[in-house]
Design a protein around this ligand. Structure first.
Ligand code: G3D
Ligand code: MG
Length: 182
């Protein structure tokens, strides 16, 4: 652990789930941000923790009519894990988020990557709890080989975000160890 190792994490979710807000809250260690000047929503941030381990986050909006799909898929090929952000207050769009998640996890570029779901906007009244989000997204119906975790978060206060980043790092490590054993 630590040293010069770095992980690539792709953050995905429907627009307005809170990806950008969460990213801006992830300020531990060094924090640099760049917004490509291209005409679609892609952000990259590098986060360095106290032990010098860096995590590179690339963030994309996903959705039914998303023309950038081939692009984010090719990013996922270089990724070690996925963070998938949902708006826990928007019950209708949680259905859409589920459909997209199932598609994403089936894509050959992504199949087998660990995923952490951010059940975001926990501060708002009427938001579904982490375990309710887990049921709506039918996480337990995913293949048993899929590593996943649901973390309740608030992008505004930052609650749950460090835990989520630690969790994705854990799952990535678990996946690597599992591969080595085989
Ligand atoms: P996106 O990058 O996934 O598209 P954004 O989403 O980060 O732009 O967030 C969309 C809106 O949701 C923003 O509000 C943002 O402030 C709000 N938001 C994000 N996370 C949370 C949260 O945890 N709690 C609350 N209450 N709001 C959140 P606006 O009003 O700017 O559209
Ligand atoms: Mg955004």
């Amino acid at each position: 652990m630590g040293g010069s190792s770095s992980t690539q994490v792709t953050m995905l979710g429907l627009d307005s789930a809170g990806k950008t807000t969460c990213l801006y809250r992830l300020k531990f260690g060094q924090y640099t941000e760049s917004r490509p000047t291209v005409g679609f929503n892609c952000e990259k941030i590098q986060v360095e923790n106290s032990s010098g381990k860096t995590s590179n986050f690339t963030v994309w909006d996903v959705g039914g009519h998303d023309k950038t799909r081939p692009l984010w898929k090719s990013y996922c090929r270089k990724s070690d894990g996925i963070i998938y952000v949902v708006d826990s207050t928007d019950k209708e769009r949680l259905e859409e988020a589920k459909v997209e998640l199932v598609k994403i996890l089936k894509a050959p570029e992504i199949a087998g990557l660990p995923v952490v779901i951010l059940a975001n906007k926990q501060d708002l009244p009427g938001s579904l709890s982490g375990s309710d989000v887990e049921s709506v997204l039918a996480m337990r119906e995913l293949p048993t080989s899929q590593l996943w975790h649901v973390e309740p978060t608030c992008g505004v206060t930052g609650e749950g975000l460090e835990e989520a980043v630690e969790k994705i790092a854990d799952l990535i490590e678990k996946k690597r160890k599992g591969k080595r054993k085989r």
